[in-house]
Write a protein that binds this ligand. Structure first.
Ligand code: P6P
Length: 337
């Protein structure tokens, strides 16, 4: 069997193509991946690690019930990365505010935002969850504040996710396409298994939580109604629907076979003055970078997600992303409205 390419070999060869690269991003990514391997082990233990199952007696800044694994995964991620000398600060879904790298460690050139365990409501029912991360440049000096993270998605240096599914997969972009790696449990290496991922431009599969349909805005309701009409309707084909309730799993599926993932704005959120359900900095932006680099479109319905200017660390946005032609249709319905 031909020698498979390990992540380390892949990223080292990529680095060589950037003659001026310092190797610092590579160094940071190796620690991020180390954290993901530890989280994979933790999530893979399921009920065997009873201390990791079930709800913690705490809520995160979002007011969401934290799972023990949310907290453990967050601690693992911070401890595995903050010491490496390539980070100046970290911001997590599970932390109210960003935190600078402790003084005892060297200050690095990057910032990282992350959701340590996205979809954690699926933990107790043994359904896929994932870690999502986004890497930005840090200011050269000054104490790291929340404001330093409020950069448009266009400024991302790297974005990726690790999907803890039937296999553990790392999917990553540094702005030169998207590549997928599978964890080889015998060697502990991530190995290149999905080179140069391209999202099919057309699809007949959409992903949305249908139970909120009475709250949707007209353009989304119009699109889903047309999908439900199938071949006899204006879209002229039958559609399939999937909803894992784990963004990493739902987005990974559309990267593999096309599709549209939607968590749109709805009347409930508008009534609460929220911008959507999913968080911009560590869910929507990293996934948008990946989707766009794989030839897809990532939009709020009103603007390109990566052009949204963040004004708060845990800001929420509407998310419509996936196959180019299908998302562009949905965006056109928003323009019509
Ligand atoms: P709902 C998980 O909690 C998450 O943030 C995303 O991973 C997922 O797509 C969405 O929320 C699920 O939301 O309302 O269907 O439970």
């Amino acid at each position: 069997m031909s020698q498979r390419t390990s992540f380390y070999k892949f990223i080292s060869e990529e680095q060589r193509e950037h003659p001026f690269s310092s190797g610092k991003l590579t160094g940071l990514l190796l620690e991020v991946i180390s954290a993901c391997k530890k989280i994979a082990h933790l999530t893979g233990s399921g009920g065997l690690a009873s201390h990791a199952m079930g709800a913690a007696d705490s809520e995160n800044v979002q007011g969401e019930q934290q799972k023990k694994l949310d907290i453990l995964s967050n601690e693992l991620f911070v401890e595995s990365t903050q010491w490496c000398g390539y980070l100046a600060g970290l911001a997590s879904e599970e932390l109210d505010h960003s935190q600078p790298v402790p003084k005892e460690y060297p200050r690095g050139k990057y910032l990282i935002t992350f959701d340590p365990l996205d979809g954690s409501s699926n933990i107790d029912i043994n359904v896929s969850v994932g870690t999502i991360f986004s890497i930005l440049e840090a200011p050269d000096e000054g104490d790291i504040q929340d404001g330093d993270f409020l950069q448009q998605g266009l400024k991302q240096v790297c974005a990726g996710y690790c999907l803890y599914g039937t296999s553990t997969m790392l999917v990553l972009t540094t702005g030169r396409g998207v590549n997928g790696f599978t964890l080889d449990r015998t060697t502990g290496d991530f190995v290149l298994t999905m080179p140069d991922i391209q999202i099919p431009p057309d699809t007949s599969e959409y992903s949305i939580n249908q139970s909120y349909s009475r709250h949707w805005e007209p353009p989304v309701k119009r699109y889903v109604d047309e999908c439900l009409l199938g071949a006899e309707g204006p879209l002229g084909k039958n559609y399939n629907m999937r909803w894992v309730a784990s963004m990493v799993a739902d987005v990974h599926r559309l990267l593999c076979r096309g599709g549209v993932f939607m968590y749109p704005m709805d009347a409930r959120m508008a009534a609460k003055g929220e911008g959507g359900k999913l968080r911009l900095l560590y869910e929507a932006n990293p996934m948008s970078f990946i989707v766009e680099q794989a030839g897809g479109v990532a939009h709020t319905g009103y603007e390109r997600i990566m052009e949204v200017q963040p004004d708060a660390l845990h800001q929420r946005v509407p998310v419509i992303m996936g196959s180019r032609n299908e998302v562009e249709r949905i965006v056109s319905y928003h323009k019509d409205a």
